[in-house]
Write a protein that binds this ligand. Structure first.
Ligand code: AOF
Ligand code: ZN
Length: 344
């Protein structure tokens, strides 16, 4: 699609800057990706930069063009995502770049959104040089869940659980509070804040009565709260903490993971943090709908406790479900020491 041109060292540096401002500049969650844009003059110096701050706000290119004014004429736009081609909440970026007189566009990642993609073709048709794929892996990693969701047509699912050394998430009597340590629980709140749905089953709401909000170190609710979703046919007591007014809550009456994810995708949700109990975890695993596993292993033994995951129908070792470890991190010290394993 794009020309076989390659990027210059100045453009590569600008792309790293664009990725940096995209990552740190704001927390666009839900339907929109993180995007950064740097405009370069002919001599490779930066003219302007901008990033996307989330759904309903200007796109990165529009922010950079607004800052550049006339200096955009003849400039090179270095942007982490293929400029959009659609009129959504803002106008098409490809046309804005053409109108501004930009000479060349270098982007990292093709837009996987069927509604928005195609900007590269529009730019080429207008005689603009286009280079794609520069630091593509970095941009995809930055928008990991969003990219996955647009490519596969369903939200990315992270299943999180805390476990004792012997694989128990609750004691034999069902008590499960504080299997993991305070540093692990704070880490969980950070991860929750990066998602746009927290999902549990009706059983967890009945038994554990979790609030399922994102809170900081002093237990104050964070500004961004993912949608709390409880899944299952059973009616629930409206007095449960999940129904308090600290965040929005949705009760999905289905028990089918595919259907639940389809509904959430339709609502523009792209990253589900699955915090349910063993039954829900098993249902998602058996449906092949867990994309990432985050587990906090605590140095305690519970013996005849409850497993983190229900029956997966595995009777023999050759049927075991194998995961690939992508990260091992020690959290906390002394009695608070836990190990966090991240797997795909
Ligand atoms: C760009 N630059 O900075 C972003 C883009 O609802 P809208 O109008 O904001 O459109 C959202 C879609 O536009 C989003 O899903 C993605 O495909 C693209 N986002 N495109 O050119 C940007 N944030
Ligand atoms: Zn755009």
């Amino acid at each position: 699609m794009a020309q076989a041109a390659t990027a210059t060292p100045a453009e590569d540096r600008a792309m790293l800057r664009a990725l940096e401002i995209a990552a740190t500049g704001g927390v666009p969650l839900g339907p929109n990706p993180r995007v950064g844009c740097v405009l370069l003059a002919d001599d490779g110096t930066e003219v302007a930069e901008g990033f996307h701050r989330g759904a309903g706000t200007p796109h990165a290119e529009a922010a950079a063009l607004a800052q550049a004014g006339d200096a955009a004429r003849g400039a090179t736009a270095v942007v982490t995502l293929e400029p959009c081609n659609h009129t959504g909440r803002t106008g098409p970026c490809a046309e804005a770049l053409i109108r501004a007189g930009v000479r060349r566009v270098v982007f990292a990642q093709t837009d996987p959104n069927p509604v928005a993609r195609g900007g590269a073709g529009t730019l080429l048709a207008a005689g603009i040089e286009v280079v794609d794929g520069l630091r593509e892996a970095e941009s995809r990693a930055l928008n990991r869940a969003w990219t996955f969701a647009l490519e596969y047509g369903r939200p990315y699912v992270t299943w999180k659980f805390a476990t004792s050394l012997d694989g128990r998430s609750a004691a034999a009597d069902g008590t499960s509070r504080w299997v993991s340590s305070i540093p692990s629980r704070q880490d969980t709140h950070r991860l929750r804040g990066e998602c746009d749905v927290m999902l549990v089953g009706t059983n967890t709401v009945e038994v554990d009565d979790p609030e399922l909000t994102v809170r900081d170190a002093v237990d104050e609710p964070a500004a961004h709260q993912p949608l709390r979703v409880v899944m299952g046919a059973r009616d629930l007591d409206p007095g449960r903490r999940i129904f308090n007014d600290r965040a929005e809550t949705l009760h999905l009456r289905t028990r089918d993971p595919h259907q639940a994810l389809a509904e959430l995708h339709g609502l523009g949700r792209r990253h589900v943090f699955l915090e349910g109990g063993p039954t829900l975890a098993a249902a998602f695993l058996q449906a092949g709908l867990v994309d990432e596993v985050v587990t906090y292993v605590a140095p305690l033994l519970l013996g005849a406790g409850r497993s983190a995951v229900g029956d997966l129908g595995i009777d023999t070792i050759t049927d075991a479900l194998h995961l690939a470890v992508s990260d091992v991190t020690v959290l906390g010290t002394g009695a608070e020491t836990n190990v966090r394993l991240t797997m795909t």
